[in-house]
Design a protein around this ligand. Sequence first.
Ligand SMILES: [Zn+2]
Length: 211
Amino acid sequence: MLERILNWLFPDRCAGCRRLTGDLFCAACRARLRPFPPFPPPPGLDAAWVAFRYEGSLITAIHQLKYGRRRRVAHALGDLLAATAGPLMADALIAVPLHPERLRERGFNQAAELAARLQRPGNPPLIDGLARVRATNRQARLAAEARAANVAGAFVWVRPTPPPPRLILIDDVLTTGATLAAAAAALRAAGAQSVTALALARSVIAKSGVQ
Ligand SMILES: [Zn+2]
């Protein structure tokens, strides 16, 4: 109720188009989203699925979330991801962790915020236990080969018991899949049998030839 009154007094600005629509990601921006077509999984992942193309108002919204630190934008985007992905088949969901330094800087992990919205009846539970132990350069500035080298060995499973066998790793943006593959390698080393990647959006690096 309080939220409704506050939103009436101070309507939310859409994170995609910046208009005062009262929505964190408005209907017009949602209507312009284009699904990302199926693609073969990047090396190191058993399967990969991406909801939308990383373009237009979705880029603006993801930037608002991550760099503008508008945490609530993850609620709208996470609900979109959940609705588009449908029921998820696995033993557990794991959000790609941030390095503690980056987490302190941003105040929250956007992948975990998205993954929290996938906590719905019928979906597997969201678990933690994967840690990012090495600070890495920002992937956005790197080419494909440099991305893989940058994140190799960056993750580790920190629980004494192994992770459940079938896992879905959640991230906001998948580019070459290098970060997700490095996270998957750490989970396999700890005993996981299959690791699928699920991301909100995929960007395209023209030079690498990776779609
Ligand atoms: Zn909008």
